[in-house]
Design a protein around this ligand. Sequence first.
Ligand code: FE2
Length: 141
Amino acid sequence: MKRRDALKVAALAALAITGASAYDEKLIVNKQKMQIKDPANPTETEFKHSPEIKIGAIDAQGFALVEVNIGQKGVIHPSVANHWIYEIELHADGKKIASASLEPIASRGYLAARVNTKDIKVLSAISRCNLHGDYTASVNV
Ligand SMILES: [Fe+2]
C-alpha cells in the first residue's frame, strides 16, 4: 500500500469513529409515533415523554431562547443505561430547525436553541425514547 492510500484509510477510519454513537443501536426498540390517548388527562408515562417547550425573551437580534425539556409537569424522563431519550428535534411550522443527539447516562432530555420567531406560527418538538417511541408537543408562537 502506498503512503497516500494508507493516509486515506486512516482518515476514513477516524471519520467513522467520530461519527459513531457510544450506545448500541440495538437498544432502540421502539420508533413508533405515539399519541396521548386522552389529552385532557395524560398519564404519568405520557407526561414523562412529552416535550415541554419554553419560549424565552427575544434578544436584540430578534432571536428567542427556546428550551425543550423532556417531561412535563415535573415528571422528568430518566437517562439510564437501557432507557433514555436518544434524540430531540425542534420544528418551526413543520421544518426541522434544531436537533440534539443524547447518550444514555451522560446526557438527559434537553435541547436549547436561539430561534428567530418573527415569522413562525407553531413550534413543535419530537422526543424519541428508545423504549417508548416518539412523542410530539407543539406550542403557538
Ligand atoms: Fe421512555
